[in-house]
Design a protein around this ligand. Structure first.
Ligand code: FAD
Length: 462
């Protein structure tokens, strides 16, 4: 890689080559996983390049293509699986400066890929009382482009499902990695080629997202003596079509008491909780339903005057639950599981009781029209072998694991080649220069997913 020649060619575009800063901005939240921490600790890019518009993206990609330099796109680096880490070095392409909200209309917003989710909502709320349908718990820090390319769902998925679902992304503009990069407009079925592809299939330069009516969501925490009651309540609440919620998160004791430090005065050690976000107009119905289900409201933000220092409910949920646990106990890590409908409650009870070192954490979602839950169980890490054994036992019991201790798309997902993404990559990135090492199907087409072995990207050895 002739990085000096590349730099000269990129004259006029913002570049950072201070090695300490480059290394810092070559990282994401990979360290959530002790396995990835060991594997990726040394990874760094050679250069951070920050285009300010699509024309500069095209220039950067053309120059990198001609010099054979890998390009790894980056939003704000809050991904968890080393997604945004440049395994083969080269250019880290920061899209952070392309953050403008370009247009707002009934039911839709158009913005640059670097726009921070909370900033998009601020603009759409001020314009017409609308907000994004769903967002990760990293609402205040993550970019919309990074969410689409690396995320899956989150707060709001209880109503709208995930990013993979038709209709939750309207349109993307994408630049290909070729000698003469093309700008494509993707919609409908074609979106799947680049959504959740970790930036291996093109650089997103504009997004159009659907909007929902905005509310001043009220944070409420409901307590239960037994986790199974919390899970049952969460499921029943999610099935109440008339009660508008945005988040339903059961977390088993003693995690809330140990890790939700700022809320500790409302909790006690043996309490399992369900963390909720409720629309203001649904609060009376929510309270009546909760009473009927014998839940105890232990925190209701609409009734607590001094909320200074309390994080919003969504920062107790999704992967923020793990973050809070990690801050208290660095030996904690996590898994991501699905409890398939219609047996979700039985599976939750069966699987999570199997392991002494696992504490349950569920997220209720709408999944293909049904209510079910994902799990982000907290795991006290001992060895990689034990972690693999827990994964296997979950799967043997009918709960697929989306392994957050792997950096490839396939191992973190459905463990098979995504033919649509692979076919598109042949067109959009013929030299395999976009975020190398993340798509097994590209790196090693003969890879046997049933081998049970972890895929090791050869470029990482270098
Ligand atoms: C505490 C915590 C909580 C989280 N909660 C959730 C959650 O609730 N739901 C969820 O889905 N995720 C969650 N995540 C993961 C992550 O925060 C989200 O996926 C987030 O949306 C990523 O945005 P980002 O800007 O940080 O992307 P990055 O980490 O910078 O990038 C993510 C991926 O997208 C690619 N990419 C970035 N920008 C572009 C672009 N313009 N074009 C093409 N590819 C691009 C990157 O190469 C990378 O592969 C959480 C992570 C943490 C640390």
């Amino acid at each position: 890689m002739d990085i000096e020649a590349l730099k000269r060619e990129l004259d006029g575009i913002r570049i950072e080559d201070n090695p300490a800063i480059v290394q810092q901005r070559s990282r994401d939240f990979y360290w959530y996983s002790p396995v990835l921490k060991r594997q990726l600790e040394h990874v760094t890019g050679d250069l951070i390049v920050s285009p300010k518009d699509e024309a500069e993206v095209v220039r950067v990609l053309a120059a990198c293509f001609s010099h054979g330099v890998p390009v790894t796109p980056r939003g704000t680096g809050t991904g968890n699986y080393g997604q945004a880490m440049p395994l083969s070095g080269g250019v880290v392409l920061s899209l952070a400066e392309m953050n403008e909200v370009r247009a707002i209309a009934p039911g839709r917003v158009v913005c640059g890929p670097g726009a921070i989710l909370a900033d998009i909502d601020r603009a759409t709320k001020a314009h017409s009382a609308q907000e994004l349908r769903l967002h990760p718990s990293t609402y205040n820090t993550a970019s919309i482009g990074g969410f689409i390319a690396g995320g899956s769902g989150g707060v709001g998925s209880i109503n709208f499902g995930g990013l993979r679902d038709f209709g939750n992304v309207i349109r993307l503009r994408v630049v290909t990695m070729e000698a003469d990069p093309k700008v494509l407009e993707l919609s409908g079925e074609d979106l799947h080629k680049v959504t959740h592809a970790y930036g291996t299939n093109g650089i997103i330069t504009e997004v159009e997202m659907p909007l929902a009516a905005a509310y001043d969501w009220v944070d409420v925490i409901v307590g239960f003596d037994r986790f199974s009651d919390a899970a049952r309540y969460g499921n029943a609440l999610a099935c109440q079509d008339g009660i508008l919620t945005k988040l339903i998160t059961p977390v088993a004791a003693p995690a809330p008491w140990l890790y939700f430090k700022r809320h500790q005065k409302f909790l006690h050690e043996g309490l399992s909780v369900v963390v909720c976000m409720v629309a203001p107009h649904a609060l009376d119905a929510f309270r009546a339903f909760t009473r009927r289900e014998r839940g105890k409201v232990i925190f209701d933000a609409s009734l607590v005057e001094d909320r200074k220092g309390l994080p919003p409910a969504y920062e107790l949920a999704w992967n923020h639950t793990t973050l809070r646990a990690l801050r208290v106990d660095p030996s904690i890590t996590y898994l991501q599981s699905l409890y398939p409908f219609p047996h979700q409650l039985d599976l939750v009870e069966r699987v999570d009781g199997l392991f002494p070192e696992v504490t349950s954490h569920l997220e209720f979602v709408r999944f293909d029209g049904n209510i079910t839950c994902f799990g982000l169980p907290l795991v006290k890490f001992t060895t990689e072998q034990r972690l693999d054994e827990i994964v296997r036992l979950y799967e043997d019991n009918g709960c697929p694991i989306f392994n957050p201790h792997r950096y490839t798309l396939e191992e973190g997902g459905m463990k098979q080649t995504d033919e649509i993404q692979l076919a598109f990559k042949r067109r959009a990135d013929p030299q395999g220069l976009l975020n190398p090492g993340k798509m097994i199907a590209w790196e090693n087409p003969g890879y046997d997913y049933r081998s049970g072995k972890t895929f090791l990207f050869k470029g990482l050895e270098r």
